[in-house]
Ligand binder design. Structure first.
Ligand code: 2AM
Length: 178
């Protein structure tokens, strides 16, 4: 059994900007997500049994699509398992992102995986155990433009020190030849 999710992984430039944003939000306190863990979840699968692993990897291998642009321009917060989480996300998620989420969801369902019903709220978690949202700005100092192309299947291990993620499969969205 492994705890799995599909995510977009930021390139070096976006990662640096996210790091900067974490520093800009120091007043929120809490625990910044380590740089290597920064990601945007496409679909959370939760615990998946070993006999489903091949199917899940195949979903990644079968993904087709071109890179697309999104802009991280909104800060938000929510409670998760009684812990306050602070995130940055796109105020206008591009249709390609929604389409990718729905396609992954459909394929996961087809393979008998349990996917929750909640609305998809694309975001990059920046800080866990953060302070009150009211003290925080609504927008980052600078918008973060992201040409998303790197998609991965990740396994999450919950350790006392925090989560550790391992990339199990990865694919790159590439431009179609014209
Ligand atoms: P979070 O960053 O908002 O905590 C690995 O845990 C990834 O899956 C994280 O991006 C986490 O979101 C997300 N995640 C964890 N539990 C989830 C759930 N029940 N529904 C949707 N996403 C979840």
């Amino acid at each position: 059994m492994q705890r799995l999710f599909f995510a977009l992984l930021p390139d070096g430039v976006v990662r640096k900007q996210l790091r900067q944003l974490q520093k800009d939000l120091k007043q929120a306190g809490g625990r910044p997500v380590p740089e290597e863990n920064l990601h945007l979840t496409l679909l959370f699968l939760g615990n998946v049994e070993a006999d489903k692993m091949d199917a899940v990897r195949d979903i990644v291998a079968g993904i087709e699509g071109e890179p697309f642009d999104l802009v991280l321009d909104t800060l938000g917060g929510f409670r998760q398992n009684n812990v306050r989480v602070l995130w940055v996300g796109p105020s206008e998620p591009p249709p390609e992102l929604e389409a990718l989420h729905h396609s992954l969801r459909q394929q996961a369902r087809k393979n008998g995986l349990h996917v929750g019903k909640g609305t998809y709220r694309p975001h990059v978690t920046l800080i866990r155990k953060a302070g009150l949202r009211e003290n925080l700005p609504e927008k980052p100092n600078q918008n973060i433009p992201w040409a998303a192309s790197r998609l991965a299947l990740l396994a999450s291990e919950l350790l006392p020190s925090g989560s550790r993620y391992r990339i199990l499969a990865e694919t790159n969205l590439t431009e179609y030849a014209s």
